[in-house]
Design a protein around this ligand. Structure first.
Ligand code: ZN
Length: 179
């Protein structure tokens, strides 16, 4: 099926008119700095959602009658990336928007699709917190402030360095500069 037609069907499923969504572009080739398991991304400050067409999800997505799991997943990915355009790089917000979309489209919270997105969320949020912590520590190393406690108020947010989820299951980390 024509990639542009699949995209239109996913947007229709979301129920968003073209005007209320950020611009979406289809990419046939994965840019070298985009991780191997990313299905879509937003570059910082670009305001455009880039959707990779050479992915298992996109290739198996097809328009109705009755949206299949892949089209539903594609629609939820668009909701995730639209959150990044609207709300910034926070992975928690973006995944929450994605999970809400899955529920709205009738996906069961115990389904493989839903729990897969939840697992990806845990990994992405943990990775993002670890990067923020490293950046903060690097900043402190350059500008030591020995009279102040280190990063007051952030200790309980950081949580454990590793979550029980095996990082091997969902390998890629998002390179810096991409959401
Ligand atoms: Zn994201």
């Amino acid at each position: 099926m024509d990639a542009a037609a699949v995209l239109v069907c996913a947007l229709n499923l979301l129920g968003r008119s073209a005007a209320s969504m950020p611009p979406v572009e289809l990419l046939v080739h994965r840019p070298p700095d985009v991780s191997a398991n990313a299905e879509a991304f937003v570059r910082h400050g670009s305001g455009t959602i880039s959707v990779l067409t050479d992915t298992a999800t996109f290739r198996s997505a097809a328009c109705g009658p009755g949206p299949g799991t892949s089209l539903v997943k594609l629609a939820s990915i668009l909701a995730h990336e639209a959150s990044h355009v609207r709300d910034g790089p926070g992975e928690r917000l973006a995944y929450e928007a994605q999970l809400r979309t899955l529920l709205r489209l009738g996906v069961h919270p115990k389904s493989r699709l839903y729990s897969g997105v939840e697992a990806a969320m845990r990994v992405a949020v943990a990775n993002q917190q670890r990067r923020e912590k490293q950046d903060a520590e690097a900043a402190l190393a350059h500008h030591p402030e020995p009279t102040l406690p280190l990063l007051p108020g952030t200790s309980d947010r950081d949580g454990p360095d590793e979550l029980p989820t095996s990082r091997g299951q969902i390998s890629g980390t998002t390179p810096r500069g991409l959401w």
